[in-house]
Design a binder for this molecule. Structure first.
Ligand code: K2U
Ligand code: ZN
Length: 171
């Protein structure tokens, strides 16, 4: 399909609350293919549709990338149904927040439900990196970036750095 540009912060479009997919159509499957292509091109392990400018509640994740092997998993209208009290810290980055990495604390284990790319309802239990990545991507669907979880000072420093980088890139 197509590699599409990934929005980078600051960009008000990244703060949009994405809307549910009404029906899993060929158009949605084409969007998922574009998301996967764009994610692999950027060497990411996850991507939310809003990151390529489409405010629909669709995620793609591939944690098992090995040389030549691609196994993108699509999550449509994902919802967290349970989260552990136990928390876990992971140094997060984001394709939409380039060159910034910091520790974010999130529930260590989650249960979720979603539609797969055939429109079938699925449920999952996740821990480790999948739990972190799913929560990071589902934040995107609500217009939340991982820097929004940082201290006020760290977030303002990040936005200052991103704004400067964007100005230099467009100069
Ligand atoms: O939302 C994204 O940009 C995808 C994230 C997935 C992720 C975030 C936090 C914790 C686990 C997974 C990126 O793929 S993170 C890796 C990365 C970041 C910047 C550039 C390349 C790869
Ligand atoms: Zn991200």
């Amino acid at each position: 399909m197509a590699i599409r540009p990934i929005l980078t912060a600051p960009d008000p479009r990244l703060q949009a609350v994405s809307t549910d997919v009404e029906a899993v159509t060929d158009e949605i499957r084409a969007l998922i293919a574009d998301m996967a292509d764009s994610m692999y091109q950027a060497q990411g392990i996850g991507l939310a549709a809003i990151q390529i400018g489409v405010p629909k509640r669709v995620l793609v994740i591939d944690l098992d990338q090995k040389e030549g092997e691609k196994n993108p998993v699509a999550y449509i209208n994902p919802k967290i149904t349970w989260a552990s009290d136990e928390m876990a810290v992971y140094e997060e980055g984001c394709l939409s927040v380039p060159e910034i990495w910091d520790d974010v604390e999130r529930p260590a284990r989650i249960k979720a439900e979603y539609l797969d790319s055939n429109g079938n309802k699925q449920t999952l239990e996740a821990d480790g990196l999948l739990a972190t990545c799913l929560q990071h991507e589902m934040d995107h669907l609500n217009g939340v970036l991982f820097i929004d979880h940082l201290s006020r000072l760290k977030k303002s420093m990040a936005i200052k750095k991103l704004t400067k980088a964007k100005k230099l890139a467009t100069a």
